[in-house]
Ligand binder design. Structure first.
Ligand code: CA
Length: 234
């Protein structure tokens, strides 16, 4: 594994910062958070991260202005920036992108959706760090096209089953609790019963396994689920 990617969260809403930190760290990113635009500008010069999540309205210096300044400097010109904003009008959107942000997310956003944007932007910016394709045994998962194939055949997975499989395939052999799976696949901001995980694992298995094919997902009694590491190496 490459060193952890570093993400700076520039956001003055503490609850949102905590939510982002928790979810980004669960994905294996290193997170630094700053609540003011002017402080962020200094920190970004001292220790540039791999990606910035930048709130639009900030004390000290607005996110729009900070983004404009980052783009004007040679050393931060290409720094991946995702703007977070409560405004959704088309004109504002265009203005956000005109400041040079790479992507734009409207609050309230879904955490899995934001994480997907983060991954996709990092992959574009640093393709060597994140594989677009996961493979284990005879299963291939393509993150860009959202396609899953087993033994050369296309499988039809729902969006939740896709994220579930992606999540488990990322860490073969690691056992995840239902709570960890809910946090990472559904996002921590939603309340869903833990039994929902079992329902979706059941659907995933049904889509994944044809008769006589081994089941790559291991149920660990009293603990949770894991992607079978022996399957991954087969
Ligand atoms: Ca704000």
């Amino acid at each position: 594994m490459a060193a952890a990617m570093r993400i700076m969260v520039v956001e003055d809403e503490e609850a949102l910062t905590l939510l982002l930190r928790y979810n980004l760290e669960a994905e294996g990113y290193e997170v630094e958070s700053v609540a003011r635009g002017d402080e962020a500008e200094i920190r970004l010069r001292e220790a540039p991260p791999d990606l910035v999540l930048l709130d639009w309205m900030l004390p000290g210096l607005s996110g729009i202005e900070l983004c404009r300044r980052l783009r004007a400097r040679e050393d931060t010109k290409r720094l991946p920036v995702i703007m977070l904003t409560a405004r959704g009008e088309e004109a504002e959107r265009v203005r956000g992108l005109a400041t040079g942000a790479d992507d734009y997310v409207v609050k309230p956003f879904s955490v899995p959706e934001l994480l997907a944007r983060v991954r996709s932007l990092l992959r574009r910016a640093k393709p060597e760090h994140l594989a677009a394709r996961l493979a284990a045994g005879d299963i291939e998962l393509d993150r860009d096209s959202h396609r899953v194939r087993r033994a050369g055949h296309d499988l039809h997975l729902g969006p939740t089953e896709f994220r579930l499989l992606e999540f488990l395939m990322q860490s073969p052999g690691r056992v995840f609790t239902r709570e960890q799976m809910l946090d990472s696949v559904w996002g921590r901001d939603v309340y869903i019963d833990e039994r929902t995980v079992d329902v979706h694992v059941g659907r995933l298995r049904k889509a994944l396994n044809q008769p006589r094919q081994p089941d790559p997902i291991r149920t660990v009694r009293g603990a949770g689920y894991a992607f079978d590491e022996t399957f991954a190496k087969s």
